[in-house]
Design a protein around this ligand. Structure first.
Ligand SMILES: [Zn+2]
Length: 242
């Protein structure tokens, strides 16, 4: 990566990795942290297995007091955390390749400014949703940081454990909760079958279903970069809830 032309904290390209599916981790457990970190913390934006001689930038182990070291791995959904990724990547590249440090620093500074603009843009868009409708039901527990940062609440998810079907009792509980909270829309992730979301929406009387919400990886344009993915996610949420 000489010259650092690809200094972006993007999730790795492509769909979900086999590790993400195979891990079957408990929500927020170490397995999920590791699976999602394959994308979130990768220095190289490609799906190759990281080799042991590359530095690992585990955001969950960050010394930054804002980072919840024991929590849910979906840090990138709060732009404030994405900025920490960029700073850590910048610092690691400067250490690994000091001859190009000026370039790494200037591109990181520019990208951090892009992230500040993105953050302001998301905040402005979310204000288009009436406060009582700022409620998320998604496929898995990917949005706690997004919700906390941008003023929404997470009502629930159709997969209480990522990659697993809910029990009939869990689904029935979620149907009741969605009715009680008058959730305006059900979101299903782009790489997940929409069947559960459709069942939930039908049983809870929710008319709006979004079946292509990007979550754990970048996707087709315009969601093919971190900035693009965050804009697509926000636009889909705002359009469905407002
Ligand atoms: Zn995930």
């Amino acid at each position: 990566m000489s010259g650092g032309d690809e200094l972006h904290p993007n999730a790795a390209r492509g769909g979900r990795t086999p590790a993400h599916r195979a891990a079957g981790p408990r929500r927020g457990g170490p397995g999920e942290r590791e699976a999602c970190a394959l994308r979130a913390g990768a220095v190289r934006p490609d799906p190759r297995e990281p080799s042991d001689d590359l530095p690992r930038l585990g955001l969950g182990e960050s010394a930054n007091p804002d980072i919840n070291a024991n929590g849910n791995p979906h840090y990138w959904f709060d732009v404030k955390y994405a900025k920490v990724y960029v700073e850590r990547i910048r610092d690691a590249l400067v250490t690994a390749d000091p001859a190009h440090s000026a370039g790494y620093r200037s591109r990181a500074t520019s990208y951090l400014a892009d992230l500040d603009r993105l953050d302001a843009e998301i905040r402005a868009k979310v204000t288009q949703i009436p406060p009582a409708r700022r409620k998320l039901v998604t496929s898995h527990d990917a949005f706690p940081y997004y919700a906390a940062a941008y003023g929404l609440s997470v009502v629930g998810f159709t997969q209480p454990e990522e990659g697993k079907e809910p029990s009939p009792a869990e689904l029935a509980d979620l149907v009741e909760l969605v009715k009680k909270e008058q959730v305006p829309a059900i979101f299903s992730e782009a790489q997940v079958s929409p069947r559960l979301a459709e069942t939930l929406a039908r049983e809870a009387g929710v008319k709006t279903i979004v079946t292509d919400l990007p979550t754990d990886s970048v996707g087709a344009p315009p969601a093919d970069s971190y900035l693009g993915m965050m804009r697509v996610v926000t636009d889909k949420i705002v359009q469905a809830l407002r």
